[in-house]
Write a protein that binds this ligand. Structure first.
Ligand SMILES: [Fe+2]
Ligand SMILES: [Fe+2]
Length: 310
């Protein structure tokens, strides 16, 4: 059993190196400026005395605007994420190369989204800037700062969650250009997920009990990285009601496929401690199933009521 975090870093280094090579061979270079319709832009009021932002500057539905803001603020907090993973993984060798490469790719997401939203006037730029200041000043802290396996399990789920969220946000805008940009970002998130998923798969082979406990803990306590955005609960509810990111998607499209890849419910290499963690995990997945079904029922009833009113 490997409990020492430094030993785990060393054991996983060749896996990081191999998956870094894999990532670099698959990652496609892309340019944020190509995704932004610059000629649609107009100077704003203030210093340059242009036109103030107005709600009807953009036809993007309210809930898609909310999701875009949540997604962008989440991307904006990259300095905090970088700090957390650089602290945990270190800046040397393959680990360090990954940390910096990943940071550079994530940086592109915030740049592209902000350029797009500003040029197309999709959201209030003053409110957005104030929200960014508030959110970044709150910072982000890894929920498991001393635990490599927990942290890797978390980012595997989280990258897939952002992939789904970006992709569905793109669809919800009803704007083919926004959809194209968000699909591009989502493709990056998917490759990030695969990297971390492969890493934890290797960790399972090193110490299945410990990895199982990490996964059980992370699934039970999972929170989106933007959960400390001001008004997040309200925003997350409208995003869920619109089917952009809800419990059903979280359970069936984020948790399930990753758990399946790790073969968590078919493993035969666990001791009693690992078995216990697996039972906790199974119970939690069952509970999520109940909650997801309940939410879907409520949402359906709400839609029927709204349809009757019309
Ligand atoms: Fe991202
Ligand atoms: Fe990512």
């Amino acid at each position: 059993m490997i409990v020492d975090q430094t030993a785990l870093l060393i054991e996983l280094e060749p896996v990081v190196a191999a998956n870094l090579d894999r990532h670099l061979s698959l990652a496609k270079e892309w340019f944020p400026h190509e995704y932004v319709p610059w000629s649609e832009g107009r100077t704003f009021d203030g210093l340059l005395d242009g036109e103030p932002w107005r709600e009807d500057d953009s036809a993007i539905p309210d809930v898609a605007r909310t999701a875009l803001i949540v997604n962008l603020l989440t991307e904006d907090n990259l300095p905090s994420y970088h700090h957390e993973i650089a602290t945990l993984f270190g800046r040397d060798g393959a680990w360090g190369t990954w940390v910096h490469r990943w940071t550079a790719e994530e940086g592109r997401h915030g740049i592209a989204l902000r350029d797009y939203l500003t040029v197309t006037r999709a959201v209030d730029p003053v409110a957005l800037e104030r929200a960014r200041m508030t959110h970044m000043q709150a910072g982000y802290a890894n929920a498991h700062p001393e635990e490599m396996m927990h942290s890797i399990a978390y980012v595997a789920f989280q990258e897939l969650a952002t992939r789904i969220s970006h992709r569905n946000t793109g669809k919800a805008t009803g704007d083919p250009l926004a959809e194209q940009l968000l699909a591009r970002v989502a493709a990056d998130e998917n490759l990030h997920m695969v990297f971390y998923r492969n890493l934890l798969a290797a960790a399972f082979d090193l110490d299945a009990d410990h990895a199982m406990q990490a996964v059980a803990d992370v699934v039970a306590g999972f929170e989106m990285p933007g959960a400390n955005i001001e008004g997040f609960q309200r925003k997350a509810l409208s995003i869920a009601l619109a089917g952009i990111y809800d419990l059903r998607q979280h359970r069936d499209e984020v948790l399930q496929p990753v758990l399946r890849q790790w073969n968590v419910f078919g493993r035969t290499d666990l001791t009693a401690a690992g078995e216990k963690a697996r039972e906790q995990l199974a119970a939690h997945m069952d509970e999520l199933e109940v909650q997801a079904a309940r939410f879907e029922e409520k949402r359906e009833a709400r839609r029927r009521r709204q349809a009757e009113k019309r």
